[in-house]
Design a protein around this ligand. Structure first.
Ligand SMILES: [Zn+2]
Length: 328
């Protein structure tokens, strides 16, 4: 689970803001209580002084035990009196508690030396929001993938019924997402434009994110542009895309073959693919290219890495986007 640095930074900022807001609210409540019942302030000072005396008692040796016990009784009495006054003034018993969003970690994000579940949840939501800025994850789900948009006819190239085949493809992608681990196999989605490759890769992305795994999704064009900007010093330098591409639990490269291919992008693509294979991290690539075109565009060694290690998933049918547009 290696999320982008920006995700951790944003989550930490949200967590800090939550904590500060809770503390600000508590301060406001406190001044409200003191104004209505100044005696509570006196009691609070008294309770604090007992605490200071306990610390001083450490040097008292054998007499410390009895002294601390007496102080504890006094402190408890003062606290009970404070609770009584609070109630009398019309406030609830826990009105002066800090209203943390998460009482377990007090909005710090960690508890007992571990990340708190609330922080992990925030990380997941932040990662999802970041991905939503690139693609509509809520729109492209397994449920919204309609196999009836695929003709009930035999595909001439694959020799199978197109609708049945795409039903199997949908089922494969669902199982892949449900069973996903950072050691899942890589997939290459092959087929012409508009057959649902992006739809199903985004549906996988959404489901995998919900399982608390990090997902890096972008088009090959955007990935290569960002890598070039970073390499040639044109990026703002705030974040290393290379690190995210190599570390995320799942990398999805959409529309490979539509970007402008240069010697630089050829080398980068090989590096990403090869590094992730060596690290046993899964990648999903979608492309309109045939195996031969991949070889021509990206060299034989890149194509053989993809075709040798990735599970091939062929898409068939008619351009679904045209069918959906025609639907009443
Ligand atoms: Zn928490």
């Amino acid at each position: 689970m290696a999320f982008k640095k920006s995700v951790y930074i944003t989550a930490k900022e949200i967590m800090n803001a939550r904590r500060l807001e809770a503390e600000r609210q508590q301060e406001m409540r406190h001044s409200q209580v003191i104004m209505r019942c100044p005696e509570i302030f006196t009691l609070e000072r008294e309770i604090a002084s007992y605490g200071a005396e306990v610390i001083r008692a450490v040097g008292m040796g054998a007499d410390a035990g009895e002294f601390v016990r007496k102080l504890s009784v006094k402190s408890l009495e003062a606290q009970e009196k404070k609770a009584e006054l609070l109630k009398k003034a019309g406030f609830s018993e826990n009105y002066l508690d800090v209203p943390y969003n998460c009482p377990v970690c007090k909005d710090t994000g960690s508890h007992d030396g571990r990340y708190c579940p609330c922080y992990m949840d925030l990380i997941r939501k932040t990662a999802r929001t970041e991905l939503e800025e690139k693609a509509n994850l809520s729109k492209y789900t397994f449920t919204s993938f309609n196999v009836n948009n695929y003709p009930d006819v035999t595909d001439k190239i694959l020799g199978v019924n197109q609708r049945e085949h795409m039903t199997n493809v949908l089922s494969f992608c669902k199982s892949y997402a449900a069973d996903f681990t950072a050691k899942s196999p890589s997939i290459i989605m092959l087929g012409s434009t508009g057959l649902g490759k992006t739809h199903l890769s985004l549906a996988i992305a959404g489901a995998v994110l919900d399982k608390n795994h990090s997902v890096y999704y972008d088009s090959a064009h955007t990935i290569m542009t960002k890598l070039e900007e970073e390499h040639f010093g044109r990026s703002n330098g705030a974040e290393s895309i290379r690190e995210d591409l190599l570390r995320s639990d799942l990398l999805i490269i959409d529309d490979l073959g539509c970007e402008f291919v240069t010697q630089f992008t050829k080398a980068e693509l090989y590096n990403i693919i090869n590094s992730r294979i060596l690290a046993e991290l899964p990648t999903i690539i979608s492309t309109n290219c045939t195996a031969k075109e991949l070889e021509e565009k990206y060299t034989q060694r890149t194509a053989s890495r993809i075709l040798g290690y990735y599970y091939p998933l062929a898409f068939c049918g008619k351009d679904v986007r045209q069918i959906v547009k025609k639907a009443p």
